[in-house]
Design a protein around this ligand. Sequence first.
Ligand SMILES: Cc1ncc(COP(=O)(O)O)c(C=O)c1O
Length: 334
Amino acid sequence: REAGQFHTKGRSATHFGTRLRLFPKGTEISLTLKGSNPVCSFSADLLPASDGEAVTLAFLQDVMDILLQYLVKNFDRSTKVIDFHYPNELLQEYNWELADQPQTLEEILLNCRTALKYAIKTGHPRYFNQLSTGLDMVGLAADWLTSTANTNMFTYEIAPVFVLLEYVTLRKMREIIGWPGGSGDGIFSPGGAISNMYAMLIARFKMFPEVKEKGMAAIPRLVAFTSEHSHFSVKKGAAALGIGTDSVILIRCDERGKMIPSDLERRIVEAKQKGFVPFLVSATAGTTVYGAFDPLIAIADICKKYKIWMHVDGAWGGGLLMSRKHKWKLNGVE
Ligand SMILES: Cc1ncc(COP(=O)(O)O)c(C=O)c1O
């Protein structure tokens, strides 16, 4: 009960005054006592609390140590990619209750360690996933920086540097895609599914701007085309936008999972004969299962001929635009 440090080995429960905390069996707990107060520090002791600087720096240094140790392990081939447990095992082993009382900073640090212990090491040399793999250190540093700046992007006044960064990054991306001088416009979007829906929204607006005010009742029956190997989010977008999943026509693929352009043209002509209005072709650069690249140049020619908006879902393979060697797979995207 004096200021200082002590170290204990918890069995299943540790009792501090009126607070009961459960730790996994055998957990080692280090406590730093504050003044003559026998309890650890809490988040309320951190900045902006008065005198909060020292405890804030110590706490964040501890967090950083935990993260850096994890990072080093992440790249160690001799470690496991995952310490796998079934959900019921994890639920039983830890106290998952969101307590009404605040946690001590020590407990928060322990929880950080536990979260990383059971996390999948996505940067591990033996971790393979079709959509994400590896961990870029500069990107990680940028993540830390943006979290520390903790700003919103809604106006230049609130985020001058980040708004300019967004502007120049999008311009560069348009240049990489192949638009002269990086002309055009763009947004960052949180994922592939919503990007496909945005594309559908843009295509519809381009053809029928009045839909924004008057809704779907004011325009003819629209139809979109995508390959049978495309991501299900194309249909989901059609559902969300009131276009309807039946209005998404699936085009046949060859044995390698690529959209067959002649089948696309046939289905466009057929739809027009039925009185429907083709407004979007959603091609895929890297299909979810096969990683197939649709023949973008042939599809672009058909879209031009029938005046249809062409979208390329690059959620899987769009990154190849950054590769001198493989960039050609996206020829036609421009
Ligand atoms: C080709 C393709 N498009 C879109 C998506 C959806 O991406 P997200 O999960 O980021 O919404 C996926 C996801 O697997 C995909 O493979």
